[in-house]
Design a protein around this ligand. Structure first.
Ligand SMILES: [Fe+2]
Length: 269
């Protein structure tokens, strides 16, 4: 896809004018093999359990967001499997890459009737901007000048819409020292750039495999549990969390406010 096409917004029609229902699923870490496990957890089975929970409990979402680390091994088969799974839900699905993804393989294979690589989405009164914070071969992230310029241009195009900005890496430190060291190296620059725009309502990411939500000066800063392995909140060193996999539901209101909740599946082996 050309840079120009990437920048084109896709208008998503919503059932209820003004309110947009959105589900974020993140850090699926799918393998090419159906039997492979991450830290003892079969990531396909946990994804399918999260998907069933979305189908059963998330109402009738207008949009699904897949915010990176869709694959653990960057394989074509992992993306093809996951594309079929997302397509089953029958909801327009937008994605951005994470540090475990191979962007070229992802773009080529994570395709389907419902899957769209657009980097801007217009929905209700909202404008959703999808950033790429990955650096090839690195765990940590960076938005760098090209992405910041894209963000500026995108936001300037729709100053009257409420904006939700999505990326893979954390835009704020989450309080887990080890993962914060593997976060967004230029988070200060991103926050400074966001502060120039008065219509930013929320920033949403994955990567940290845990729930986080802070409200600062009218902006909601949020991360979401992985659909597989959880990381223990507040841990100084790498530590697996006991919580179940989950997803985040968001209702984006016409007035720029939002309601959100994290839902976790009951249990998984
Ligand atoms: Fe991840």
């Amino acid at each position: 896809m050309s840079k120009l096409l990437e920048a084109q917004p896709r208008r998503v029609e919503t059932i209820e004018p003004g309110a947009v229902q959105l589900v974020q699923i993140t850090d699926c870490h799918i393998f090419a093999s159906a039997d492979e496990k991450l830290r003892g957890l079969n990531t396909r089975r946990s994804f399918e359990a999260v998907k069933a929970a979305v189908a059963d409990n998330a109402g009738d979402p207008d949009i699904l967001l897949a915010t990176g680390d869709l694959s653990q091994d960057g394989s074509a088969d992992s993306y093809r499997y996951l594309a079929g799974q997302f397509d089953d839900l029958g909801v327009p699905t937008f994605w951005l890459p994470g540090n475990h993804d191979d962007s070229a393989v992802l773009e080529k294979n994570f395709t389907g009737k419902q899957i769209d690589a657009a980097r801007q989405i217009l929905a209700g009164c909202w404008h959703i901007v999808m950033l790429d914070s990955t650096i090839r071969g690195e765990v940590h992230g960076r938005v760098a000048e090209a992405q910041l310029a894209f963000l500026d241009a995108a936001l300037q195009q729709y100053p009257d819409r409420h904006a939700l900005v999505c990326l893979h890496h954390q835009a704020l430190e989450t309080g887990s020292e080890w993962i914060d060291l593997k976060g967004l190296r230029d988070a200060d620059q991103l926050r400074a750039r966001l502060a120039r725009h008065r219509n930013i309502r929320a920033v949403l990411w994955g990567h940290v495999h845990q729930e986080f939500h802070r409200s600062i000066d009218g902006v909601e800063w949020m991360s979401t549990p992985s659909s597989c392995v959880q990381f223990k909140p507040g841990s100084k060193e790498f530590s697996i969390g006991e919580e179940s996999p989950g997803y985040r539901y968001l209702r984006l209101n016409q007035d720029g406010s939002l309601e959100t909740a994290v839902h976790r599946i009951e249990s998984i082996d």
